[in-house]
Design a protein. Sequence first.
Length: 318
Amino acid sequence: MQIYINYIKYSHFVLTLTRCDLTSQSERTLHIVNKKLILGIVAVATVIIALLVMLLRANTQMAEMTEIFTEEKNNLVSDYEELYTEYTDLHTDNDSLSGLLEEQRERVSQLTEELQTLKASNARRIKELQTELTTLRTVMRSFIVQIDSLNTRNTELTKENNEMKGRLASVRRENATLQEQNATLNEKMNVAARLEAKNISVETLNYKDKQTSKIAKIAKIKVGFTLAKNVSAKVGMRNVYVRISRPDGQLLIHSKADTFRYEDSEINYSAHREVEYGGEDTSSYIVYSVDEGELMSGNYETELFADGERIGQTTSKL
């Protein structure tokens, strides 16, 4: 019995020890689990923090990139606006070149409007527009070279034209001077070659060709003259015309159709005849047949004409 009691005590002691050992082991296990859990939480937190830091950096970099893209876009817009102004300032009188300039101005204007509405993040299109800007500037430089060349040529042509005008004006002045000199010379030659009538006489004759001073008996008026010697005058047959005017200014004529040219006009003559002139003194006369009742008393003016010039005149009293 005592042995059984001792056994029971021993069993209880062993069980107690076992329980204590199990409790200690559980606590150790729990401690290890808690430690691992804490380590896991710390690791997760570390990862989250790292992700947050990375995200923050990414956002910061994105903002910086956006700012850079926006600045590049704005600079590109300014470049396009400046290029448009430069194209607008280009002018030429050449119709073909002016048309090409207008096309380029319109192109720059369209691209500027597109760029102003384009998102700054559209890096690919912005890059394309930067390349296009370089091309447009190259084209503009080509226009400038062509316009400068045309302007230089126009300046040269204007200078040549002015020089030509100056030479032409000089030639015209010289021609005018020569023409004036020729006109003067011709006038002198005409004057030198002009016939001159001298020794002009007026006789009144009756029907029997006898001289008479009685108005009622005068049947003819005989005008005598001498064509003076002139070595400059042309020789040959010359028509000499006489005009006899009464005291009242009435011209003695037989027909209104009897005319000759004088000072660009056709005027009547009283009588005429052909005279052969040889350059020496040549005497001749012209007879006017008086119509009945045609004469009156007073001073009569007698004029002689040849070659469209008045070559002499005299006044006589009947």
